[in-house]
Design a protein around this ligand. Structure first.
Ligand code: F0G
Length: 359
C-alpha cells in the first residue's frame, strides 16, 4: 500500500469489506501526526506527537469506524441503522448513513451532548431522540431494538466499527516509518478505541511490519473511571458507575461495553490506566491550543492531561517516545471552550486599544 494516499482505505486488504463498490467514504483517516516541540519543551519530554483525529470528516475518530461499519451495512443491504451516543458516534453515523441512503435513528442523553455534535446529527437528517437518562441507558435501549431486528446497530459493540478504528494503530506505525512509539495514550469512554488501536498494532506486529509494540495507556475522567479502578485493583471486570459525571461529556460513560477488551490491551501491552479531573482536562485543553495551535474537545484533552499526571507520578519516563491521541475537534463543544477562557476584552476607543497592545 505504499503508493496509496493515507486514509482508512489505504489498508483495504486488511479490512473486512470485499466489494470496493459498496464502500461509503467521506475520505476518513490520514489524520495529521504532529510533532509537538513546544510541549516537549514545556513538559521536559524527548519526543511527543499528537495524532489529531479531530481532522476527520465529521471531526472525530468515529469516522474511521463508520466508513467500515456503514460499508458493511451497505454490503448487507441494510436500510435502517442506529446508535446511542454521547455525540460523536451519532454525528458520524448520521453523515455516513445519509450518504448511503439509509434511515438513521440516534439516541442521546438529554442535555449532555455538546452543541456542535447535536447540530451535526440534526443537519445530516437523522431521527434524533433525546432520552431522560445517560449514555448507558440509551445503549441498552438501542440494543433492544437491534435484538428485535429493527435497526442495525453501529455502536462499538459492532466489530466492523473497531476494524475501521484499528487503522489509527496502522497509520501511526506507517507514518513513523515502522518505528513504533513506546507509548500511546488514549481517552477512554466506552473503551472501543483503545481496544481497536491495540488490535491494529498487534496485526502489524504479526505481519512482521513492526518489531515492537507500544504500551497502551488509557485515560478516563475522575467521575467516570470504572476501567481505571479495575486496573488499579489488577482486575479484568469493572464495577459500573450508576451516575457518571464529567465536563468531558464524550466520555461520560459508567458501563463501558468494551471494558474487558480495553483492560486486556492495557495488561497485554504492559500499559497503564489513570484518571484526570475536569480541572486537569481544561488546563490540558488550553495548553495544547496555546502551545501547539491544536484545538480539541475536552474528552480529547484527557490524553494530554493524563500524560502530564503520569509524568509527575513517574509512571512515564521523560525519554519515552509518546503519541497522544486527540479524538475530537474543539469546535464540537464551543461552550466548554468559552467557559474555559477569560472574558473577551471590550474597548471604547482607539487609545484604549493601543494601551492594550503595550500592556
Ligand atoms: N473521545 C471522544 C471525543 C469520544 O467521542 C469518545 C467516545 C471517546 C473519546 C472514547 O472512545 O468510547 O471508544 O472509548 N464517544 C462515544 C460517542 C461514546 O457516542 O460518541 P471509546
Amino acid at each position: 500500500f505504499k503508493n496509496r494516499v493515507f486514509s482508512v482505505w489505504r489498508y483495504f486488504e486488511l479490512l473486512p469489506i470485499k466489494n470496493r463498490e459498496k464502500i461509503i467514504s467521506l475520505k476518513e483517516g490520514g489524520t495529521p501526526l504532529y510533532r509537538c516541540r513546544n510541549l516537549e519543551e514545556e513538559l521536559g519530554v524527548k519526543e511527543l506527537y499528537v495524532k489529531n483525529e479531530g481532522a476527520n470528516p465529521t471531526g472525530s475518530f468515529k469516522d474511521r469506524g463508520m466508513t467500515v461499519g456503514v460499508s458493511k451495512a451497505n454490503e448487507l443491504n441494510i436500510k435502517v441503522v442506529g446508535c446511542a451516543s454521547t455525540g460523536n458516534t451519532s454525528a458520524s453515523l448520521a453523515a455516513y448513513s445519509a450518504r448511503a441512503k439509509m434511515k438513521c435513528l440516534v439516541l442521546l442523553p438529554k442535555g449532555k451532548v455538546a452543541l456542535g455534535k447535536l447540530a451535526q446529527a440534526m443537519i445530516y437528517g437523522a431521527k434524533v431522540v433525546e432520552i431522560d437518562g445517560n449514555f448507558d441507558k440509551a445503549l441498552d435501549m438501542v440494543n433492544e431494538l437491534a435484538k428485535e431486528g429493527l435497526i442495525y446497530l453501529l455502536n462499538s459493540i459492532n466489530p466492523f466499527r473497531l476494524e475501521g478504528q484499528k487503522t489509527i494503530g496502522y497509520e501511526i506505525a506507517d507514518e513513523l516509518n515502522w518505528e513504533v512509539p513506546d507509548r500511546v495514550i488514549v481517552p477512554v469512554g466506552n473503551a472501543g478505541n483503545i481496544s481497536a488501536i491495540w488490535k491494529g498494532f498487534k496485526e502489524f506486529y504479526e505481519l512482521g511490519f513492526i518489531n515492537e509494540l507500544p504500551k497502551m495507556t488509557g485515560i478516563q475522567a475522575e467521575g467516570a473511571k470504572p476501567i481505571v479502578e479495575a486496573f488499579k485493583k489488577g482486575k479484568r471486570e469493572i464495577e459500573p458507575y450508576e451516575n457518571p459525571e464529567t465536563i468531558a461529556t464524550a466520555i461520560r460513560i459508567g458501563k463501558p461495553v468494551n471494558a474487558k477488551k480495553a483492560l486486556n490491551a492495557i495488561y497485554e501491552s504492559n500499559g497503564y490506566a489513570e484518571s484526570v479531573s475536569d480541572e486537569e482536562i481544561i488546563k490540558a485543553q488550553k495548553l495544547l491550543a496555546r502551545k501547539e495551535g491544536i484545538f480539541v474537545e475536552p474528552a480529547s484533552a484527557s490524553s494530554i492531561a493524563g500524560l502530564i499526571k503520569l509524568l509527575d507520578e513517574g509512571v512515564i519516563d521523560r525519554s519515552e517516545r509518546i503519541v497522544c491521541i486527540t479524538t475530537g475537534h474543539g469546535l464540537k463543544d464551543p461552550d466548554a471552550a468559552i467557559r474555559a477562557c477569560e472574558e473577551t476584552i471590550k474597548v471604547k476607543s482607539l487609545d484604549e486599544l493601543k494601551k492594550l497592545l503595550s500592556s
